[in-house]
Design a protein around this ligand. Sequence first.
Ligand code: RIB
Ligand code: CA
Length: 320
Amino acid sequence: MKKIPVIIDCDPGIDDVMALLLAFSRDDLDIKLITTEPGNQTQDKTIYNARAFTSYMKQNIEIARGLDAPFFRKLEVADEVHGESGLGDVILPEPDLLESDRTAINAITDVLTKSEEPIVLIATGPLTNIGALLLAHPEVKGKISYISYMGGAAVAGNMSPFAEFNVYVDPHAADIVFRSGIPIVMSGLDVTHKAYVNMEELDQIESMGTDLSHKISSMLRFYIQNAKNTDFRETDFENGIRLHDLCAVSYVVTPELFKGEDCFVAVETEGRHTAGATVVDYMHRSGKPHNVKVLHSVNREAFVNQFIEAVAKMSRQISQ
Ligand code: RIB
Ligand code: CA
C-alpha cells in the first residue's frame, strides 16, 4: 500500500488527541514527525501531552518542541475547555518517548528536505511553528504537498464573533501561511460543527470497556461539559461533541467524506473587533486567486464510524 507521508503539528488538547488516535490507527499514513504548538495549553503541557499519548499508544515517532508563544500576541490558552493539563481529567502513564533534541522548525525542515516526495502537513492548532518555518526556510515550501488545517471559519468564530481559536491565538502566523501559496484544505468551524459525536455514539465508545475507550470517553465528556459553558449556542451541544481536529486527519485519508469549495481566504490580523477572522470570499467577488479549499460538509455517520473503528483497533493493538 502506498503510504501518505505526513507531519502533524498540534496543541494537545482533547480533540488533538482524537486526531492523533485516528492517525496512529491508519496503515495508509506514514507519520514522519509530530511537533507541538502553544495553544490549548502552554508549550510545556502540549509537548508533554503529545509525548504521553504517543507513548501510551505505543508509537515510536519523533516529537519536537515548537515555539513558546505567538508571533506578537500574548498566549491565551483554552484551559476552560481542555482543563489545566490540556487533557481534561484523564491521567496518562508517564511517557517513555523523550522530547526530540531538535526544535520543531529544525526537525520539520530536515524531514522535508530529506524526503524524496512532498509531505502533507496536518495542523490542528495555532500556526506559530508553520508561520515561523515559512519565514525561516521558504525553500521547503515545494516539499509540502498541502496543509490540512483545522482552523478558521467562514461564518462566526468560537473565540470572538469572527475568529476561531487557532487563528485567533496567532493571526500573524496564520496570515503568513495563508499567503504562502501552499495549497490549504481548511477544516474550519463551518464543517467541524457538523463533525460531532452524539451521546449514543459516546456511550458506544465507552461500552467497548477498554482502557483506551474509557480514557477517550472521559476526555470527550469533559470536553462537552466545558465547551457548553463557553458557548452561547447551547443547543448546538445537545447533539454531542464536535471533533474539530479529527477532520484535518480524516480529510487526508478519506477526502470523499467531505465537501468544500475553493475560495480566496485572507486572515485579518489587526481588526479591533475582528482580529483572527478568516475572511472567506465564498461569493468569489474579490477576483483574487483561490488559495484555500474551504470544507463545509461532512458525511457525519461515516466520519464517526471511522473514529469508532480507530478506537477499537487501537484498543486491541495497545493491549497486545
Ligand atoms: O477551534 C477549535 C480548535 O481550537 C481545535 O484545534 C481545538 O483543539 C482548539 O485548539
Ligand atoms: Ca487543536
